[in-house]
Design a protein around this ligand. Structure first.
Ligand code: SF4
Ligand SMILES: [Zn+2]
Length: 423
């Protein structure tokens, strides 16, 4: 029997067919605890710490039955529907969900931005059950959509907010819907063109959409009025298996590549402005150990940056939102949001890619958000924000903390079958 623990390459090991798992007793002070030797040599001295170890069995691949009705994605959706149904739904179709002012790194440099979360009646996928980390609750409005006039009222509220709080109009407008702006059941063609006209005097617009709804004609509605246009796609990861089984998102990386191709075509047809894709990645969905999450993000950033048409990757750590599967796991001690050291590690080791790579750790430093030890969180967050602006990995050389040693141990020793290893 060959004994091994899940390490930095455990996803690929998993694919190679590591399937057996058993408990082994180890002693806390045993230096061999850090490796596989303690288990292999069988010289555990006390029962204080139990570790999972795994051993190779004949190759195992997910069988089609896993995805049968009542299992796999069906089961995820059923659980998510039950969890979401606990939340009361409040709904005012004339008010945006949120609006705020910020600054962003774009292909035109760092610019002031106005971010709008439109209330559109909701994501179709959330209504089916939806993603394991997404606290967005599909609103139960009649027909599941918001009328044109109400959506334009929401835009007016956002413009008023900007006029009151900004010195001048933002160059960049970002519109998210907690769904798909380009899904015509959420935002009809009439509203899409009216919004394009409203912001025609700005430089750039970002709209959020799942890849299925991205096509060159819809993008042309914006480029035709002189707006450089980016479609933000919540890809979450380039690894299909993780996207399907950990995030519960239904599409494939190939769909993302097809959307990038549409954007590329729109870019070729656009006159004097550009069109492209901004990929959103999710660091550490449930069921992955810290090292698996880091590995997944490093390979995802690289794969996205290599796709023509994708000029920006926004890699964001999971935070624990209410009414989600992640929240249920967190409540029972089965989930810890990623370390900020992990975010820094991914940004630092992918700094050479040919794309802008940024991260915006929401809720940093809190139990429910990405965090380190509590002492260094603000400093590491500041370094991440510096990196976002300057893309210079040396910003991370200027931050350090004793908790890095704990993080390194977690990276080395945490397994998906026994986590979290640290709070
Ligand atoms: S993450 Fe996006 S696709 Fe998934 S349920 Fe939430 S809004 Fe829908
Ligand atoms: Zn620390």
């Amino acid at each position: 029997m060959s004994v091994l623990t899940l390490g930095p390459n455990s996803v690929s090991r998993y694919h190679r067919g590591v399937t057996g798992i058993r408990y082994v007793r180890c002693h806390e002070s045993d230096p061999a605890l850090r490796g596989n030797d303690a288990a292999e040599r069988g010289h555990a001295q006390t029962t204080e710490i139990y570790r999972f170890v795994e051993y190779r069995l004949p190759m195992s691949q997910p069988s089609p039955e896993v995805y049968e009705r009542g299992k796999g994605m069906d089961a995820h959706n059923q659980v998510m529907r039950e969890i979401r149904s606990e939340k009361e739904k409040h709904y005012d179709p004339h008010e945006p969900t949120r609006v705020w002012l910020d600054e962003d790194n774009t292909p035109d440099g760092v610019v002031q931005s106005l971010t709008i979360i439109l209330n559109t009646g909701g994501c179709r996928w959330a209504r089916a059950g939806g993603c394991t980390m997404c606290g967005y609750v599909a609103e139960s409005v009649e027909g599941g959509s918001v009328a044109h006039d109400a959506l334009m009222d929401q835009i007016d509220v956002c413009l008023e907010h900007e006029a009151e709080n900004a010195e001048e109009p933002a160059d960049l407008i970002k519109i998210y819907t907690s769904g798909s702006f380009l899904d015509e059941r959420e935002v009809g063609a009439e509203t899409r063109t009216a919004i394009a006209e409203t912001f025609a005097d700005r430089q750039r617009i970002v709209v959020e959409s799942l890849p299925d709804f991205v096509d060159r004609e819809k993008i042309a509605d914006f480029t035709d009025v002189g707006l450089s246009t980016d479609v933000a796609i919540g890809l979450e990861t380039a690894t299909d298996r993780i996207r399907h089984d950990c995030v519960n998102k239904y599409f494939d990386f190939a769909d993302f590549e097809a959307a990038c191709e549409e954007a590329r075509d729109a870019d070729l047809e656009a006159d004097g402005v550009d069109a492209g894709i901004k990929a959103y990645l999710l660091m550490k969905p449930p069921f992955l150990s810290e090292s698996e999450a880091v590995d997944d993000m490093i390979s995802s950033v690289r794969r996205c940056a290599a796709v023509d048409g994708c000029h920006t990757v926004s890699m964001n750590p999971t935070n624990v939102q209410r009414y989600t599967m992640v929240d249920e796991l967190f409540f029972r001690g089965g989930y810890r949001p990623p370390w900020l050291w992990s975010v820094a590690e991914v940004l630092e080791s992918t700094a050479d890619v040919d794309a802008i790579v940024v991260s915006d750790p929401v809720g940093h430093g809190s139990d429910r958000g990405p965090h380190n030890c509590g002492e260094c969180d603000d400093r590491v967050q500041k370094a991440i924000k510096d990196f976002d602006r300057r893309q210079d990995p040396s910003v991370f050389e200027q931050v350090s903390c004793d908790c890095e040693a704990t993080w390194e141990y977690v990276i080395e020793a945490e397994t998906s079958y026994g986590m979290p290893l640290a709070r």
